[in-house]
Design a protein around this ligand. Structure first.
Ligand code: ATP
Length: 358
């Protein structure tokens, strides 16, 4: 187990990068504490695999350092970093039994036979694979195979970190939640540093204590799932996390306040930064429909079971509201009321209002 620190890390796949745009990773500085459950979340192409490969040693960064417990491991090859990896597709030996698949990483490292058996028993119990230990891996379902793949990472007790790269890709949707909660439970039991890479917000938010959100090779926010939801530091986080994501309305900024088409909008606190492109950000959960507020026309009403999503048009901008009951009719003229404590201004993508005193 180890604390992982990335210090001024940058990477370009080009031999002679000219500017920012040539870097797949712009500049990454972060610390993952020992024993934590972390997720790396972002859309395809944002640099997740590049970052994972730098941590595991498959890719050497153009600049910066990777430190495990303060020790610079940047020049070390993958086999000297003591990392276990679980990939999208199960990496197991089909001709071996489940037992021997789990034993393999330990026998390979010369672990004493009685210790091997103890670990296999523990891990098989955690993964609920006890009844299948004698089965040949070839005869198992894809999710059981992926469990073995996870087991092969978890069985070692000498690893610095276990990294999961989109591990639920091949799992049936109805089994995904099961494996996801199993992983969370395993982390609580064995407390090894785990990094879970995904483009799926549900997987990231249910697994991790801390989520790193990436966009275009930049970390836009690192925080707990609640922090990412409650106070997105960047419009990308607001929009990427949540269903539907945060509403964004173009606004004018003057005298420390914001207006939308001439109408003043109350904010969580004063605006402390300006920029070329200013937007109001408010989550649909904090938009109400009432007698006062921004005039809008209802375009769509969707009852999604737990709540109702109302999509309205406010002066050409689409705004979603999540309400519990009494939805307006399609085409109705309504007023959208924003909760001031949850209404922020973003300047050039970044949060620009000061947090009100808690
Ligand atoms: P995905 O989820 O699709 O794997 P990702 O978030 O893991 O995406 P990366 O695979 O790290 O993103 O890619 C980041 C950027 O680096 C992309 O623009 C990609 O085209 C580029 N890239 C990745 N690998 C290479 C490579 N071997 N050579 C050149 N460019 C690469």
């Amino acid at each position: 187990m180890a604390e992982i620190r990335l210090d001024r890390l940058r990477h370009s796949y080009l031999a002679n990068p000219a500017g920012e745009a040539d870097y797949a990773l712009k500049e990454i500085n972060l610390t993952w504490q020992d024993g934590g459950a972390f997720a790396l979340l972002g859309p395809s192409g944002c640099g997740k695999t590049t970052l994972l490969n730098i941590i595991s040693g498959l890719v050497t960064p153009s600049d910066g350092q990777v430190l495990f417990d303060g020790q610079d491991v940047t020049p070390l090859p993958p086999d000297r970093r003591n990392i276990a990896q679980v990939f999208q597709f199960p990496v197991i030996y089909d001709t071996m039994t489940v037992h021997d698949n789990l034993a393999f990483p330990l026998r390979n490292r010369g672990v004493a036979p009685d210790r091997v058996e103890t670990r296999i028993t523990e891990i098989a119990r955690m993964l609920e694979l006890e009844d299948q230990l004698g089965t040949r891996a070839a005869n198992l379902t894809p999710d059981a195979k992926q469990k073995i793949s996870m087991g092969r990472g978890l069985v070692r007790d000498d690893v610095n970190v276990i990294m999961f790269d989109e591990p639920l890709t091949v799992i049936d949707p109805e089994l995904k939640w099961k494996l996801r909660s199993k992983l969370k439970e395993l982390h609580q039991q064995i407390a090894v540093t785990m990094i879970y890479v995904t483009h799926d917000q549900t997987e990231a938010l249910t697994f991790a204590d801390q989520v790193v959100v990436m966009q275009d090779g930049v970390i836009v926010q690192m925080g707990t799932p609640v922090e990412l939801f409650d106070r997105p530091q960047h419009t990308f986080v607001g929009h990427f996390i949540g269903s539907p994501g945060m509403n964004l309305l173009p606004c004018e900024v003057s005298d420390g306040g914001a207006t939308f088409h001439g109408q003043p909008v109350a904010l969580e606190g004063p605006i402390i930064r300006n920029g070329g492109d200013t937007q109001i950000g408010i989550r649909p959960e904090h938009v109400g429909i009432g007698p006062h507020g921004i005039p809008a026309t209802v375009r769509k009403v969707a009852d999604v079971g737990r709540h109702i999503v109302v999509e309205a048009d406010a002066a050409g901008t689409s705004v979603n509201a999540i309400i519990d009951r009494d939805p307006p009719e399609r085409g109705a003229q309504v007023h959208l009321a924003f909760d001031p404590a949850r209404t922020r201004v973003y300047a050039d993508g970044w949060i620009a209002t000061e947090e009100a005193d808690p």
